[in-house]
Design a protein around this ligand. Sequence first.
Ligand SMILES: Nc1ncnc2c1ncn2[C@@H]1O[C@H](COP(=O)(O)OP(=O)(O)OP(=O)(O)O)[C@@H](O)[C@H]1O
Length: 760
Amino acid sequence: MTSTGAPTAGATLRLLDKADKEIVKLDRTIVGAVYKFQHEFRKNPGAPGFDLKQLKGHERLWSARVNREYRALLVNLGGNDWLLVSVKHRGHVHRNLDRLAYGINQVTGAIEYVDLQVVEDDVLGGDSPAARADAATAPASDRALEAPLFAGYTAEQLADLGVAEPLIPIALKLTTDDELLGLAEYAPRHTGEVLLRLRDGVPYQQVMDEVTAPVADVAGGPSAGAGGEDWRAAADRSQAVVITDDESLRSIIEEGDFGRWKVFLHPTQERLVRKRYSGPARVGGGPGTGKTIVALHRVKHLVDQLPPGHNKPVLFTTFNKNLAADLRSRLLSLGGPETLDRVDIVHVDQLATRVVSEADPGNAKRRIDDAQALREWRQLLVEAGGSRWDAEFLCDEWNQVILGQAVASRADYFKVRRAGRGRSVTRPDRAEIWQLAERFTQRLDVKGLETHRQVAERAAQLELIRQERIEARRRQEEERGGPGNIHAESGTGAWLRYRYRHIVVDEAQDLSAAHWKMLRAMVPREPDDIFLVGDTHQRIYDNQVTLGSLGINIRGRSARLTLSYRTTREILGTAIGILEGTDFDDLDGGTDDLAGYRSVLHGGRPSLRSANTWDNELDLVLDQVRAWHDVPRESVAVCVPTNEKADEVVARLSRHGIMATKITGDVARRAEGVHVGTMYRFKGLEYRCMIIAGVSEGLVPRAAVDVWERTDKLRHRRELQRARSLLFVAATRARDALTITWNGRPSRFLRPLAGTTFDR
Ligand SMILES: Nc1ncnc2c1ncn2[C@@H]1O[C@H](COP(=O)(O)OP(=O)(O)OP(=O)(O)O)[C@@H](O)[C@H]1O
C-alpha cells in the first residue's frame, strides 16, 4: 500500500447504496465509531489518525481507519470527493485485497462495488454448489450436479443487461433459488432486478426493455460512462447520498429501511422526480413501487425551483384526511420546515369545502360521505312507501349522472347522456327519477346536510368561473401588452390569480370527475402544472374518469414504476392472483396492467387458513397475532370486511391482553397496539405483518352485489371489480407476512390461489 500526500481541506463524503445495510449489521460500538469517523473525515481526510492509504493494486480504492480494528473503504472520485463503499475488519481487507471489485457499470453508468469474498462466504455459503464451482479447484463432477439457473445465457448477454461484471461468473453458476435470492440481496440493485426477472421466465428482450433500458437512459445510453473516466459524474448516476451533516448518516442507519426512501431513489424514480414536463404527467405502478415517495420528492423538487417567497404555490393533495396528515409528516422529514412552508397539504374534499365556504361563508351544512348519502336515500324510499328504483341505483344515478354532469333541470335530465350506466331508462322513468332526486336534495337541505360530491361539484363550478375571469383578464392585458396571470378583480380591488403554480396528487385513482375539474381550474396550463400518481388496480371508490375529457391531457407524459419496495415476491404473487381475469383502465380511456411488476424482496409464503365459524376464526386471528410476538404491535394489522367485525377483533385481542386499536378516519398510523379496521381504512398504509380476516363468500364481495347480476350487468361487474381491488389493496399492505382467513366458504376471489397451500 502506498501512503499518499493526502489532502488537508474538507472533503465531500458520499455513501453508496447498500453500504448502509452492511454498516447497520456491525456491532453498535463500531457503528458509533463510523459516525465519529464520517464527522472527522469530512473535516479533514488527511488527518494522520485516518492513515488514509491507497489499497495495493487498486487505482481508486482507499482505506481509512475507523478504529483500531475496522477500516472504511472509499473510492476516490477525484480530488477531495470520496465514496464510502464498505466498512470492514482490517484483517478481512488485507486477506482479500484481490477480491474487492469496483468500477463503473458499462450499461447504467453507475459506480458499483462488490466484495467477492463476502458473496461467496455469506451469500452463497462457502460450500454451496456455486461457491464450490467458482473455486478453480472444484472437481468437475461437483459442478455438473445441478443445472445452473442461467445456463441459457452467455456472459456477454448478462453484461449487456447491466449485470455487475464481477458477479457474472458467479451468476452463471447459481443453481438454486436460495442462492439467487442471497445474491440479489447483496448485489447492486440493478443486478438483482435483472437476474430475478430472467429467473421469473421473462424473455431476454423484455428484461432489456423493462428493466435495463429505463436505467440505461439515465446514463445517456448503454455506453455512457463507458470511458469510465468521469467518476464524479458516475457517482451522480449511482444510488448514493452525499453526507452533509452528522444527522444524515445517523438517520439512514437508525431508521433502517424506513429511512432509505429519503435518499436512495431508484434511477427510474429519480428521473420522474426531476423531469420537466410540458403539461400534466402521470406516474402509475403497482402497490409499493414508490409512487408516494416519487410524489414527495417531486414536491420537494418543485419547491426547490421556486423563487424565494412566503406563499404556498404548490398544492399536494390526496384522497382523505389520514393520508394528507401522513404526507405532511413525511414531507417534513424529507424537506424540513422550509419545504413544508411553501406547500399547501390538504385532502381533496377539504379543499373543495374551503372553496365553497369562501364563496358562501354562512354555510353551516354538515358534510356526509357516499355511505351516509345511501342511508338517506334508503330512508327517503321507506318514507315514500317504496319505489320501482332501489336506493343504490338512485344514489348512483344522482352521483354519476345528475351531479356528475351538472344536470340542473328536469329538461336537462331528459336530454343527458347516460354513458356507462348499465340499466337503460325511458322518458317516463326519467321523470320519476328526477322527482325523487328533487325530493332527495330537499331532504338534505332540510336536514342541513350536504354530500361531499355536492360540495366537489359546486367547488368545481366556482373554480371554473374564477378561471374564466382570470383568463379573460389575461387576454385583455395581453392585448394591452400587460403582465401575466395576476389581475385586479373588477370592483373589489382584490388580486385574482390562479391558486397554485403546481399541483401534485397522490391516490389519483380515487378522485372524482368534479375533483379533477376543480384542480384543473386551479393551475394555469403551463409546464409542470399537474403531476399525479396512482394505481387503478387499487381504485376502491366508484370514480372512473377519463382525464383527457376533463382538460388534463397526460398523453405522452405517462410513466409506470414496476419494482415493489414493500411487498415480498411471495405476497405479490398472492395479491396478483386476486386480480386474475380482470381489466383495468389507465385513467385516460385506455387500459393498464401490472406488466413488469416485481420485487427483489423475499419472505415466507402467505398463509391461507379456514375456520368453521367466525368465532373460531377469531381464535385463528388471536393465535397468529400471538405468533408475531417479536414484531412491534403497531406494525401488525388486522383487516376485516365490516365495522362490526373490526369491533369484535379488537374485543377478542383485548380480552387476551393484546392492545388493539380500531383505526378510523381520525386515528391511523400513530394508533397504539395492533391496528384493526375495515379494508377501506388501509389505503396507502403499510405494515410488517397483516391478517385479512372474514374473507368468506357473502362478505367478500358482499352478498348484495350479486343482486345486480340480473338487473344491471355493468354495475355487477363494477361492484365485483371494486371488491376485488379492495382485497388487493389490503393484501399489498403487508411487507413481510400475510395471513388470509375465512369461515365457511372462501371468497370466490381466493379461487385463483387454489394452487397455494391452504392450511386447515
Ligand atoms: N427508492 C426507495 N428506496 C427505499 N425504499 C423505498 C424506495 N421507494 C419506495 N420505498 C419504500 O417502499 C414502500 C412503498 O412506497 P410507497 O408508499 O411510495 O409506494 P406506493 O407505490 O405509493 O404504494 P401504494 O400504491 O401501495 O400506496 C415504502 O415503505 C417506501 O419507503
